[in-house]
Write a protein that binds this ligand. Sequence first.
Ligand SMILES: *Cc1c(COP(=O)(O)O)cnc(C)c1O
Length: 398
Amino acid sequence: MNAGKPSPKSSFGFTTKVVHHAQDADAETGAVVPTLSLATTYKQDGINQPRGGFEYARAQNPTRAQLEQVLAGLENAQFANAFASGLAALAGLMSLFEPGDHIIAGDDLYGGTVRYFNQVLAKYGITFSYIDTANLNAVERAITPKTKLIYLESPTNPMLRLSDIRAICKLAKARNLLVAVDNTFATPYLQRPLELGADVVLHSSTKYLGGHSDILGGALMTSNALLYEKFAFNQKAVGAVPSPFDCWLLMRSVKTLSLRMERHCENALAIAQFLQQHEAVKKVYYPGLPTHPSHDLAKRQMPNGFGGIVSLDLGGRAEVEAFIKELNIFTFAESLGAVESLVCYPWEMTHVAVPIERRLQLGLTEGLIRLSVGIEDKSDLINELEQALSAVQTAVAS
Ligand SMILES: *Cc1c(COP(=O)(O)O)cnc(C)c1O
């Protein structure tokens, strides 16, 4: 195993791959679990003679190098770079751009992404147009001679809107633009944007890839060697890299990604169907429902399932308060993508920084709740939601 060694494409099925890809038994000891290497510096055999490519741990570390191969394998990429968080990975991606460059970004992105664009990068002269990337004509109209990148999420947070990644990549290729997709919500179990033509995939591995609410991490995956080199330079020059232990934990987590996603999707679909027929629920957002505006695209683009996030609208804040009070298994907390079910209130939590008019335009009302459906027994989850919705009806009636 070498720093920066490209990861071979594997012909295994995805679930075999997440268990085995780049996780062979250790050549020396036979250990079936990766070695955790904590050293920050490495003995060199002479001037300019580092062993195995390792000199200093900010630039590269054996545990991180192995994780990067594991992560590359997930997205069928040649390369991956691991970062200390999803936003650190975003900063690595954005280090490609210069003052004057223009970026087309989705209009329903993760709040921290928009904060980084508007409150950090804008100061350095990079400009952004926020466009509904589900609308190809709108994307095309937004392209200027200075445009360098189209940056999008699909499905989005928390409205679960989809964009046609293949169509956007085709449009971008014709104009020589890069496309980067934040694949945090779907995970490579459901959708692999590089195979649809994207140049870079970004992950917050804090979410599904980690899956247990105990690792902060991020990654960039690409098959473009030039981009990979630039991201590796950013890791070394900026140093927003994960600790070896977090890398090790993430390799452990990834082995159950398929199993977890399968259950997340199964539970989320059952919950979305249950919510849709309940009269206390005004609206349900889930790409797996035939009523979702992009259901056909979802079936094509995410053939293995529709993800673990369900959003619902209860009509108002009082209803949300009554609902949340009744929940036990669903923990009221930010974040998503872990084994335990979580519930969050975007209006006051994740989307406070989004202007109110903009929130309402998106359908992100004061009655909107986002569920990150965990892997518990779905009957328990549905029973609990049923009780909470009864409480809402009682509260509203009184
Ligand atoms: C959480 C999240 C991020 C940011 O990742 P961190 O690991 O919290 O820095 C980026 N994009 C999406 C879609 C996320 O959910």
